[in-house]
Design a protein around this ligand. Sequence first.
Ligand SMILES: [Mg+2]
Length: 231
Amino acid sequence: MKIQHIFFDLDNTIWDHRKNAYLTIKDLFEKEEISLKYTIDFEEFHSVYHEINESLWEKIRDGIIDKEYLRKHRFYDTFSHFNVDDEKLSMYFEEHFLDRILNHNELVEGAAYILEYLKAKNYTLHIISNGFKEVTERKCILSGIDKYFQTITSADTVGVRKPRPEIFEYSLSLSDATKENSILIGDDWIADVVGAQNFGMDVIFFDVLNENKEEEGLKVIKHLLQIKDYL
Ligand SMILES: [Mg+2]
């Protein structure tokens, strides 16, 4: 059956969360004069933060911790790594991080082009995101891409996250999409690729971090423009 519905993951597939988070933390870091007060280099701070944050998100995805835990720990653990034990400062970063990240709306390279390309080819486009419900739609609106999507599904609305099949089921039920006429495009191996495969829909792995997964028949792209090879 011909593909009609394309479901995109949002963070780091379309909306460049990594870049926008980097810019936001840099703003806060400079405003609070952290380099000066604690002699911490920003690039080092950011790379420690990045690793801690990714690992906490994996634990959320696997149901080991909740998002309250993540919010309490991602900056606290980062500052602790540099021997700064300061809950107040960490929570200041956390609160303002969420406030301010939406001031930055960089898209992943090629995203604007590929959305326009797919729309011109009459595909129906959707979002399925594991991100915080309260920010998913704003990210789409503020970056000007909301007009491309017929439906936007956030994990919090459904009460389960990718890779659980219920979220795919829910998202497909919002339109006339079926497993057979749909495909998912995402950058997370477990949430997106394994999730879609177990649910029974086709998937393209956006291997932006060069994980180089090997699997027979796997559709892989390294750059969004390579979607044109498949759709
Ligand atoms: Mg993602």
